[in-house]
Design a binder for this molecule. Sequence first.
Ligand code: GRG
Length: 290
Amino acid sequence: MNPIDVEQYLADRKIIIDRALDGILPLPDTYPSSIHQAMRYSVLGDGKRFRPIVALAVFEAMRGTDRMIMQAACALELIHAYSLIHDDLPCMDDDDLRRGKPTLHKAFNEAVAVLAGDALSALAFELLAATGRPDIIREVARAIGPQGMVGGQVVDIQSEGRPFVSEELEYIHSHKTGALITVAARVGAMLAEAGSEELTALTCYGEKMGLAFQIIDDVLNIAGKKETMGKNAGTDQEKRKATYPALFGVAQSQREAQRLIAEAEQALDPFGSSASILRALADFVIERAR
Ligand code: GRG
């Protein structure tokens, strides 16, 4: 079998997802236009679309046929964009650069940024409702709520500038970032009607890969280039954030991410060659420079 060109795969998928997102987001001149312009500013353009790509790739590996998959995948990207907007606000990480351009509150203002996040969340759940699957709506709501993404962000903010232990760090990373990547894998599997053993294996894949994703995000914040990443580097150290490199150093953090990715790929063993693209996505997580 030919080796997978994962960069090409991601680029091809991004085009398809962006076309769908463009159709889903209200036109920029829809009244009140400032909020619709803000939503489009944050969602469209740069960004890897990793979460919807994971959902689509799992769905295809499980030979899913439900035509609502694209709506569900796009809902995950809207939620991700919402989390980035709020994460960048002055009351959170206070960043001025995201996806190679000024953060939303810099380009518009803080009120519009808060409201654009709220609006993207509402639109995401409208899309999820269109799947007709209350189980999927519940899964996503739980993954991003106080026991998921919001919970991780709360502990992240509270742990700034004070000593922290590895258990706390794992909690932050697996919740603020891992939960959405895990639920992306689960949504793809659930819409494809995967069996319970398959769902368990794909959940493990998502959890390990999601944790590794944030560890590499931490490493890139130290070792990455602002121009490549489209966001500022060095900010975690400035804010004395709870990160893997702060606790273990860069080299050990990379080894930990590699170990997690090996475990994520092990979880795919039962699927054989039908999960090749899922393995390639896992490898991308530790090889990425952005
Ligand atoms: C949205 C429910 C909800 C809650 C808001 C602000 C917040 C609570 C959570 C923050 C979560 C957050 C921003 C975690 C960081 C995740 C992360 C690694 C972002 C970067 O993801 P990439 O690299 O970015 O996929 P692109 O730009 O490629 O999409």
